[in-house]
Write a new protein. Structure first.
Length: 277
């Protein structure tokens, strides 16, 4: 209800200001003071105490906010100061560490350079020593190789001369042996031809001897056949007496025909000849 009265008083004040006479040549107006003050008192009386308390709260809030801002500013300033101090300390520590690291790096580089130089000097000295030893060894090996090569060449020349002499002697021996072989071959061919001729002659004599023996055997067989025929005839006629007085001659008996001397002799030669098979 009090709030409603405040709004009514404000509406009346607005109406008074709107209906007031204006002051010429200015933006002001003439209002009845008593009425305005009365309305203002009504508004003041109509405002509830909570608004006053709220105002106090607002005032206290502003004070708290001011204190908080002041404290925040102090904390921020202190933090900025501390951060600047920490940053300065960190920068100083970083500069110190960097300086120490740089000094350590320079020292390590110097030590590495000195060690590398000493290694290079040692390697150079060792290389020079090895090069000198290798040169001496090369000269020694080359000298031995030259001497061995010369000895080998001399030995090869001697072997070559000996081989040439042996080859010439062997060639001459082979030439002489070739002549002997040719003579032996000619003699062998002559002996073989003579053996063939002797074999042909002996074969002819043997044929003659066999033919004569077969002729004798034919005569014996003919006499035997005649005796057999007469015996059969007598048996058929019944006569008991043999009427033939001539007995057939045995094959082993000497033939009436005289053997040629050359035939038996040839046969005996054939039997005792080294060419007989």
């Amino acid at each position: 209800m009090a709030v409603y009265r405040v709004f009514e008083a404000l509406d009346e004040l607005v109406a008074i200001v709107e209906e007031a006479r204006s002051v010429p040549m200015t933006a002001g107006c003439v209002v009845p003071r008593g009425d305005v003050l009365e309305l203002l008192d009504d508004i003041k009386d109509a405002i509830p105490g909570e608004l006053d308390d709220a105002q106090d709260v607002l005032d206290e809030r502003d004070a708290l906010i001011g204190d908080a801002r002041e404290h925040a500013d102090q904390v921020t300033s202190k933090a900025d100061s501390e951060s600047e101090a920490v940053m300065a300390h960190a920068r100083a520590e970083a500069d110190r560490i960097l300086a120490e690291a740089k000094a350590q790096a320079d020292r390590m580089v110097d030590e590495a350079s000195a060690h590398g130089k000493s290694l290079v000097d040692e390697a150079t000295e060792e290389a020079h020593r090895l090069s000198t030893g290798a040169a001496r060894e090369f000269e020694a090996v080359t000298g031995r190789a030259r001497a061995e090569a010369q000895r080998t060449i001399d030995s090869a020349n001697n072997s070559y001369d000996k081989s040439v002499a042996d080859g010439i002697a062997e060639q001459q021996r082979l030439v002489s042996e070739t002549e002997v072989v040719a003579a032996a071959k000619s003699e062998a061919e002559r002996i073989i031809d003579a053996a063939h001729a002797e074999a042909d002659r002996l074969r002819g004599d043997c044929d003659i001897y066999v033919d004569e023996k077969l002729a004798q055997f034919e005569e014996v067989l003919t006499g035997t056949l005649r005796s057999v025929n007469r015996g059969r005839h007598q048996l058929r006629t019944g006569a008991g007496m043999h009427d033939y007085v001539e007995y057939p001659r045995s094959v082993d008996e000497p033939s009436s025909r005289r053997e040629p001397a050359g035939a038996r002799g040839g046969y005996e030669r054939e039997a005792g000849s080294p060419l007989a098979v």
